[in-house]
Design a protein around this ligand. Sequence first.
Ligand code: SF4
Length: 290
Amino acid sequence: MEFKTGAELLEICNIKNCKIYDAAIFQESKLYGISKEEIYIQMKAQLSVMRHSVEEGLSEERKMVGKIIGGEGKKIRDREKNIKPVCGHTMAKAMSYAFATMETNAGMGKIVAAPTAGSCGVLPAILLSIEDSHQVEEQVLLQGLITAGAVGLIIAKNATLSGAEGGCQAEVGSAAAMGAAAIVEMMGGTPAQALHGAAIALKNLMGLICDPIAGLVEAPCSKRNAIGTANALISAEMALSGIESVIPFDEVVATMYQVGRMLPCALRETAEGGIAITPTGLKIKEEIFQ
Ligand code: SF4
Protein backbone atom coordinates (compact mmCIF):
# COMPACT_ATOMS: atom_id res chain seq x y z
CA MET A 1 0.00 0.00 0.00
CA GLU A 2 1.33 3.41 -1.01
CA PHE A 3 0.34 6.70 0.56
CA LYS A 4 -0.01 10.03 -1.21
CA THR A 5 -2.17 11.76 1.38
CA GLY A 6 -2.34 12.03 5.14
CA ALA A 7 -5.58 10.03 5.18
CA GLU A 8 -3.95 7.17 3.26
CA LEU A 9 -0.94 7.27 5.55
CA LEU A 10 -3.15 7.05 8.64
CA GLU A 11 -5.08 4.14 7.12
CA ILE A 12 -1.83 2.22 6.58
CA CYS A 13 -0.70 2.99 10.13
CA ASN A 14 -4.06 1.78 11.48
CA ILE A 15 -4.08 -1.42 9.42
CA LYS A 16 -0.47 -2.29 10.19
CA ASN A 17 -0.61 -0.87 13.72
CA CYS A 18 2.60 0.99 13.00
CA LYS A 19 4.17 4.45 13.25
CA ILE A 20 4.49 6.91 10.37
CA TYR A 21 8.21 6.17 10.05
CA ASP A 22 7.45 2.43 9.69
CA ALA A 23 4.98 3.12 6.87
CA ALA A 24 7.48 5.45 5.19
CA ILE A 25 10.30 2.90 5.42
CA PHE A 26 8.03 0.22 3.98
CA GLN A 27 7.04 2.48 1.07
CA GLU A 28 10.59 3.62 0.28
CA SER A 29 11.88 0.04 0.40
CA LYS A 30 9.18 -1.12 -1.97
CA LEU A 31 9.45 1.79 -4.42
CA TYR A 32 13.24 2.01 -4.62
CA GLY A 33 14.33 -1.50 -3.70
CA ILE A 34 16.44 -0.41 -0.75
CA SER A 35 16.56 -2.14 2.60
CA LYS A 36 15.50 -0.71 5.93
CA GLU A 37 19.16 -0.79 7.01
CA GLU A 38 20.20 1.29 3.96
CA ILE A 39 17.50 3.85 4.71
CA TYR A 40 18.80 4.23 8.27
CA ILE A 41 22.37 4.56 6.97
CA GLN A 42 21.25 7.36 4.63
CA MET A 43 19.34 9.10 7.42
CA LYS A 44 22.36 8.83 9.69
CA ALA A 45 24.46 10.58 7.04
CA GLN A 46 21.88 13.39 6.79
CA LEU A 47 21.77 13.76 10.56
CA SER A 48 25.55 14.00 10.63
CA VAL A 49 25.49 16.86 8.10
CA MET A 50 22.84 18.58 10.24
CA ARG A 51 25.04 18.27 13.33
CA HIS A 52 28.00 19.77 11.50
CA SER A 53 25.92 22.61 10.08
CA VAL A 54 24.85 23.56 13.62
CA GLU A 55 28.39 23.25 15.01
CA GLU A 56 29.84 25.33 12.18
CA GLY A 57 27.22 28.01 12.56
CA LEU A 58 27.86 28.29 16.29
CA SER A 59 31.63 28.25 16.14
CA GLU A 60 32.88 29.69 12.88
CA GLU A 61 33.05 33.31 11.85
CA ARG A 62 31.65 32.85 8.38
CA LYS A 63 31.47 35.42 5.64
CA MET A 64 27.86 35.63 4.50
CA VAL A 65 27.14 36.47 0.90
CA GLY A 66 25.06 39.52 1.80
CA LYS A 67 26.46 40.07 5.30
CA ILE A 68 22.88 40.79 6.43
CA ILE A 69 22.93 38.12 9.11
CA GLY A 70 25.65 36.58 11.28
CA GLY A 71 26.26 35.65 14.92
CA GLU A 72 22.59 35.28 15.91
CA GLY A 73 22.90 31.59 16.82
CA LYS A 74 25.80 32.27 19.15
CA LYS A 75 24.02 35.23 20.79
CA ILE A 76 20.99 33.09 21.69
CA ARG A 77 23.20 30.20 22.82
CA ASP A 78 25.31 32.45 25.07
CA ARG A 79 22.23 33.92 26.70
CA GLU A 80 20.71 30.44 27.12
CA LYS A 81 23.87 29.24 28.86
CA ASN A 82 24.09 32.15 31.27
CA ILE A 83 20.53 32.93 32.34
CA LYS A 84 17.07 31.39 32.45
CA PRO A 85 15.62 32.09 28.97
CA VAL A 86 12.11 33.52 28.90
CA CYS A 87 10.98 30.77 26.53
CA GLY A 88 12.78 27.95 28.36
CA HIS A 89 16.02 26.11 27.61
CA THR A 90 14.66 23.71 24.98
CA MET A 91 13.14 26.50 22.91
CA ALA A 92 16.18 28.77 23.28
CA LYS A 93 18.58 26.00 22.28
CA ALA A 94 16.39 25.07 19.33
CA MET A 95 16.32 28.69 18.17
CA SER A 96 20.11 28.94 18.39
CA TYR A 97 20.48 25.75 16.31
CA ALA A 98 18.06 27.07 13.68
CA PHE A 99 19.99 30.35 13.42
CA ALA A 100 23.32 28.51 13.32
CA THR A 101 22.24 26.28 10.43
CA MET A 102 20.92 29.27 8.49
CA GLU A 103 24.25 31.04 9.03
CA THR A 104 26.10 28.00 7.69
CA ASN A 105 23.79 28.06 4.67
CA ALA A 106 24.26 31.79 4.07
CA GLY A 107 28.03 31.27 4.28
CA MET A 108 27.87 28.61 1.56
CA GLY A 109 28.51 25.79 4.04
CA LYS A 110 27.01 22.34 3.74
CA ILE A 111 23.44 21.90 4.98
CA VAL A 112 20.58 19.45 4.48
CA ALA A 113 17.88 21.14 2.40
CA ALA A 114 15.01 19.58 4.31
CA PRO A 115 12.72 20.47 2.74
CA THR A 116 14.62 23.42 1.13
CA ALA A 117 17.79 25.41 1.75
CA GLY A 118 15.68 28.36 2.89
CA SER A 119 14.06 26.27 5.61
CA CYS A 120 17.12 24.17 6.48
CA GLY A 121 17.29 25.41 10.07
CA VAL A 122 14.08 23.91 11.41
CA LEU A 123 14.72 20.15 11.40
CA PRO A 124 18.28 20.21 12.83
CA ALA A 125 17.02 22.61 15.51
CA ILE A 126 14.19 20.31 16.50
CA LEU A 127 16.07 17.04 16.40
CA LEU A 128 19.17 18.24 18.24
CA SER A 129 17.32 20.24 20.89
CA ILE A 130 15.07 17.27 21.66
CA GLU A 131 18.19 15.11 21.87
CA ASP A 132 19.62 17.58 24.41
CA SER A 133 16.48 18.01 26.48
CA HIS A 134 15.12 14.46 26.45
CA GLN A 135 18.32 12.42 25.98
CA VAL A 136 16.77 10.40 23.17
CA GLU A 137 18.89 7.81 21.37
CA GLU A 138 20.13 8.49 17.86
CA GLN A 139 17.81 5.80 16.48
CA VAL A 140 14.84 7.84 17.69
CA LEU A 141 16.19 10.94 15.95
CA LEU A 142 16.54 8.97 12.72
CA GLN A 143 12.94 7.79 13.07
CA GLY A 144 11.91 11.43 13.61
CA LEU A 145 13.74 12.37 10.43
CA ILE A 146 11.87 9.68 8.49
CA THR A 147 8.53 10.82 9.96
CA ALA A 148 9.36 14.38 8.89
CA GLY A 149 10.21 13.10 5.42
CA ALA A 150 6.85 11.34 5.09
CA VAL A 151 5.01 14.57 5.92
CA GLY A 152 7.20 16.54 3.50
CA LEU A 153 6.50 13.98 0.78
CA ILE A 154 2.74 14.40 1.19
CA ILE A 155 3.02 18.19 1.02
CA ALA A 156 5.25 17.95 -2.08
CA LYS A 157 2.80 15.60 -3.81
CA ASN A 158 -0.32 17.61 -3.02
CA ALA A 159 0.95 21.19 -2.81
CA THR A 160 4.45 22.66 -2.99
CA LEU A 161 7.57 23.14 -0.87
CA SER A 162 8.81 26.07 -2.93
CA GLY A 163 8.78 29.69 -1.77
CA ALA A 164 8.71 30.78 -5.42
CA GLU A 165 5.50 28.84 -5.94
CA GLY A 166 3.71 29.07 -2.61
CA GLY A 167 5.44 31.71 -0.46
CA CYS A 168 7.29 31.16 2.81
CA GLN A 169 4.34 29.17 4.18
CA ALA A 170 5.37 26.46 1.68
CA GLU A 171 9.00 26.46 2.84
CA VAL A 172 9.16 27.31 6.53
CA GLY A 173 5.51 26.33 7.08
CA SER A 174 6.18 22.88 5.62
CA ALA A 175 9.40 22.50 7.61
CA ALA A 176 7.45 23.33 10.77
CA ALA A 177 4.76 20.77 9.88
CA MET A 178 7.42 18.12 9.23
CA GLY A 179 9.14 19.01 12.49
CA ALA A 180 5.93 18.94 14.54
CA ALA A 181 5.08 15.44 13.28
CA ALA A 182 8.63 14.29 14.03
CA ILE A 183 8.50 15.60 17.60
CA VAL A 184 5.13 13.94 18.25
CA GLU A 185 6.37 10.51 17.13
CA MET A 186 9.74 10.91 18.88
CA MET A 187 7.85 11.67 22.10
CA GLY A 188 5.64 8.58 21.76
CA GLY A 189 2.55 10.16 20.20
CA THR A 190 0.28 8.39 17.73
CA PRO A 191 0.33 8.85 13.93
CA ALA A 192 -3.00 10.71 14.18
CA GLN A 193 -1.52 13.07 16.78
CA ALA A 194 1.52 13.59 14.55
CA LEU A 195 -0.67 14.73 11.66
CA HIS A 196 -2.68 16.97 14.00
CA GLY A 197 0.62 18.57 15.03
CA ALA A 198 1.61 18.98 11.38
CA ALA A 199 -1.76 20.50 10.47
CA ILE A 200 -1.63 22.95 13.39
CA ALA A 201 1.93 24.02 12.50
CA LEU A 202 1.08 24.57 8.84
CA LYS A 203 -2.06 26.55 9.68
CA ASN A 204 -0.07 28.75 12.05
CA LEU A 205 2.07 30.00 9.16
CA MET A 206 -0.68 30.02 6.53
CA GLY A 207 -0.33 32.98 4.18
CA LEU A 208 3.28 33.75 5.06
CA ILE A 209 4.84 35.52 2.09
CA CYS A 210 8.34 35.12 0.65
CA ASP A 211 10.16 38.46 0.56
CA PRO A 212 13.92 37.98 0.99
CA ILE A 213 15.94 41.20 1.20
CA ALA A 214 18.14 41.56 -1.90
CA GLY A 215 16.88 38.16 -3.00
CA LEU A 216 19.29 36.47 -0.58
CA VAL A 217 18.32 33.71 1.84
CA GLU A 218 19.33 35.66 4.94
CA ALA A 219 16.61 38.06 6.14
CA PRO A 220 13.83 37.53 7.05
CA CYS A 221 14.68 33.86 6.41
CA SER A 222 16.84 33.06 9.44
CA LYS A 223 14.38 34.56 11.94
CA ARG A 224 11.52 32.78 10.19
CA ASN A 225 13.40 29.51 10.68
CA ALA A 226 13.58 30.29 14.40
CA ILE A 227 9.84 31.03 14.39
CA GLY A 228 9.15 27.86 12.39
CA THR A 229 11.10 25.87 14.97
CA ALA A 230 9.18 27.40 17.88
CA ASN A 231 5.94 26.79 15.99
CA ALA A 232 6.81 23.11 15.53
CA LEU A 233 7.58 22.67 19.23
CA ILE A 234 4.38 24.45 20.30
CA SER A 235 2.21 22.59 17.78
CA ALA A 236 3.68 19.23 18.83
CA GLU A 237 3.03 20.03 22.49
CA MET A 238 -0.61 20.79 21.64
CA ALA A 239 -1.01 17.53 19.70
CA LEU A 240 0.68 15.46 22.41
CA SER A 241 -1.74 17.01 24.93
CA GLY A 242 -4.67 15.72 22.90
CA ILE A 243 -5.51 18.98 21.12
CA GLU A 244 -6.69 18.28 17.58
CA SER A 245 -6.59 20.39 14.45
CA VAL A 246 -10.15 21.42 13.59
CA ILE A 247 -9.25 21.09 9.90
CA PRO A 248 -7.73 17.74 8.81
CA PHE A 249 -4.11 17.73 7.60
CA ASP A 250 -4.95 17.04 3.92
CA GLU A 251 -7.38 19.96 3.78
CA VAL A 252 -4.79 22.26 5.36
CA VAL A 253 -2.20 21.18 2.76
CA ALA A 254 -4.65 21.79 -0.11
CA THR A 255 -5.54 25.19 1.31
CA MET A 256 -1.90 26.18 1.75
CA TYR A 257 -1.40 25.46 -1.95
CA GLN A 258 -4.48 27.49 -2.96
CA VAL A 259 -3.35 30.41 -0.81
CA GLY A 260 0.14 30.18 -2.30
CA ARG A 261 -1.19 30.33 -5.84
CA MET A 262 -3.28 33.38 -4.89
CA LEU A 263 -0.21 35.30 -3.74
CA PRO A 264 1.01 37.84 -6.30
CA CYS A 265 4.43 37.16 -7.86
CA ALA A 266 5.87 40.10 -5.90
CA LEU A 267 5.39 38.05 -2.74
CA ARG A 268 6.87 34.80 -4.05
CA GLU A 269 10.67 34.99 -3.84
CA THR A 270 11.08 37.74 -6.43
CA ALA A 271 12.17 40.25 -3.77
CA GLU A 272 9.75 42.73 -5.36
CA GLY A 273 7.40 43.04 -2.39
CA GLY A 274 7.05 42.74 1.37
CA ILE A 275 9.99 43.72 3.53
CA ALA A 276 12.37 43.34 0.58
CA ILE A 277 11.12 46.68 -0.75
CA THR A 278 10.99 48.63 2.49
CA PRO A 279 13.33 51.69 2.40
CA THR A 280 15.83 49.80 4.58
CA GLY A 281 15.49 46.60 2.56
CA LEU A 282 16.19 48.49 -0.68
CA LYS A 283 19.13 50.34 0.90
CA ILE A 284 20.69 47.04 1.98
CA LYS A 285 20.20 45.67 -1.54
CA GLU A 286 21.88 48.73 -3.05
CA GLU A 287 24.86 48.42 -0.70
CA ILE A 288 25.30 44.73 -1.53
CA PHE A 289 25.09 45.11 -5.30
CA GLN A 290 26.67 48.52 -5.82
S1 SF4 B 1 11.36 34.32 2.94
FE1 SF4 B 1 11.44 33.15 1.02
S2 SF4 B 1 13.62 32.67 0.70
FE2 SF4 B 1 13.35 33.24 2.88
S3 SF4 B 1 12.97 31.27 3.96
FE3 SF4 B 1 10.97 32.13 3.44
S4 SF4 B 1 10.49 31.16 1.47
FE4 SF4 B 1 12.69 30.89 1.76
